[in-house]
Write a protein that binds this ligand. Structure first.
Ligand code: UN1
Length: 497
């Protein structure tokens, strides 16, 4: 292993080895010869220590004035900014997406941290009149306690920050299990918290498998909030695990996001949007465009434009600034993508471009696949219905606007959707009728900003939203406070009738 750095768990303000004595390697998906770091393969005992530390730290942290918690987050944000390039480069090495995008990922974490730092001086509740004289009513947010997070590999620091920052500003404490493919980005976030003097136990990181670490984090009765981003299949299990203790459970899961292109659309713009939405992050975003539906009048023209542009996308190691698309995250994901390409072909879809693994030279050391486009995809086909999480775009066509809306909604998921049109009436009608959590007009399905709620309908989520002030509702509970200064008993609903 040579000089490869061994990273430890971060528990109770200290970097500690797992009691298991076991570790795992984090390899670069663009070059599997490169070991990015070695991480702790933690066991239930490690989780126990982290949860005890978080439970103990909660007693004091909840009483720190929120503006003071905010000051710490401001310092964390500015340190993340100082370390942005280093964090982003390491992120490209551990998960493969191109450096411009990992810089965006780190920036998203910075944005969220500043946003939530500012919330320290807001955390607004309400004051509202009482139905009684000489009585004062208000609502205040109260924290819940220990929060546990199971975070994904596709946004290795942004999504951990989406969860951690609102939890902390509300006064909760945190134990986080990063994805096994991307623990380094979360380790960097912990380093920054440590450098900025977060009290011991307020944030903790335990690396390792979902089966061991994740399960322990979901089941422990001390945990009051579980926030999970990942597949719908695992999300369902997380939800079941939370049910017996009635934990807050915030789930962000699958997507099968659609871009609609009307016949009056600016086609250049629609092509650019579809390419960025489908092949950005190698299609490995919950918000990725995986269905494109094009009005029949402009279908052939747009496909010719898409094919020409897709074939120009340079695929490779994301640290090379000229590369526009990196590898799939790991062998398993590559296999899944290739199997869906096969499913598409066998199902009768027409392959326009791509459709195979890239091989030869440096490609042999990574999990690279060509940007792939299928046309003639019908609503029964599996590549229309199932989330692929790779650079595969399924294209269908329609005759009428109503048909486009019906097709857009014909999915089990509901994260993001987009329409390209010059017709403001159609844009607003689609905005109203497409049932998703995020909707774009003349912009791709990816690119949510941190001060708007993020999340989806149907099998994408369970009604919660991340980011913006919506996140505060996950990490706090309302307390309604009644102060009676009349000096006598006043019976609501009775004495004032
Ligand atoms: C995800 O894919 O899980 O809107 C998150 C976007 C990004 C976040 C994506 N800001 O595409």
């Amino acid at each position: 292993m040579g000089d490869t750095k061994i990273y430890k768990n971060f528990i109770n303000g200290r970097w500690v080895e797992s009691g298991s004595g076991k570790t795992f390697e984090n390899r670069n998906p663009a070059n599997t010869d490169e070991v990015v770091g070695v991480f702790q393969k933690s066991n239930a005992d490690d989780v126990e220590q982290a949860l005890s530390a978080a439970a103990e730290a909660y007693k004091k942290w909840r009483l720190v004035p929120a503006p003071k918690r905010g000051e710490l987050l401001f310092r964390v944000a500015s340190k993340l900014w100082e370390r942005k390039e280093e964090i982003s480069r390491d992120m490209t090495r551990e998960m493969g997406k191109v450096i411009a995008e990992t810089r965006g990922d780190t920036q998203e974490a910075i944005d969220m941290t500043y946003y939530m730092a500012g919330e320290g001086r807001r955390l607004f509740g309400q004051t509202t009149p009482s139905e009684m004289p000489n009585k004062f009513n208000m609502t205040v947010r109260q924290p819940l306690g220990v929060c546990s997070f199971i975070t994904p590999w596709n946004f290795p620091i942004a999504i951990p920050a989406w969860k951690t920052m609102p939890a902390l500003i509300c006064g909760n404490t945190v134990v986080i299990k990063p994805a096994t493919d991307t623990p380094l980005s979360v380790a960097h976030m912990m380093e920054v918290f440590e450098e900025e003097g977060i009290p011991a136990g307020v944030v903790n990181m335990v690396t390792g498998s979902g089966g061991t670490v994740g399960t322990a984090l979901i089941n422990d009765a001390r945990v009051r909030v579980v926030s999970f981003t990942g597949s719908t299949e695992i999300g369902r299990k997380v939800s079941e695990g939370c049910a017996p203790n009635f934990k807050h459970c915030c789930l962000e899961m699958g997507g099968k996001n659609v871009q609609i292109v009307m016949d009056d659309a600016n086609l250049e713009l629609a092509v650019e949007g579809a390419l960025w939405g489908a092949f950005g992050t190698t299609g490995q975003r919950c918000t990725a465009t995986s269905r494109l539906i094009i009005h029949e009048k402009v279908h052939d023209k747009m496909i010719a434009m898409l094919k020409a542009q897709a074939e120009k996308i340079k695929v490779g190691n994301g640290l090379d600034e000229t590369v526009k698309m990196g590898p799939c995250i790991n062998q398993g994901q590559l296999d899944t993508v290739l199997s869906y390409i096969d499913i598409g072909l066998k199902g009768g879809a027409e392959l326009v471009t791509g459709g195979e693994r890239l091989t030869g030279g440096p490609y042999d050391k990574g999990f690279f696949v060509k940007p792939t486009i299928f046309t003639g995809v019908t609503q029964k086909m599996r590549i229309w219905r199932e989330e692929i999480f790779g650079p595969v775009l399924s294209v269908g066509t329609f005759k009428t606007f109503d048909q486009a809306i019906e097709m857009a909604n014909d999915t089990a998921y509901g994260l993001s959707a987009a329409i390209y049109t010059q017709d403001i009436n159609k844009a607003y009608t689609a905005m109203r009728d497409v049932y998703t959590g995020i909707f774009y007009v003349n912009a791709p399905t990816i690119g949510a900003e941190t001060h708007l709620p993020f999340g989806g309908t149907k099998e994408t989520g369970n009604g919660h939203r991340e980011a913006a002030t919506a996140a505060l509702d996950v990490f706090s509970e309302w307390k309604s406070v009644y102060v009676d200064f009349s000096g006598k008993i006043q019976r609501a609903q009775i004495d004032n009738q």
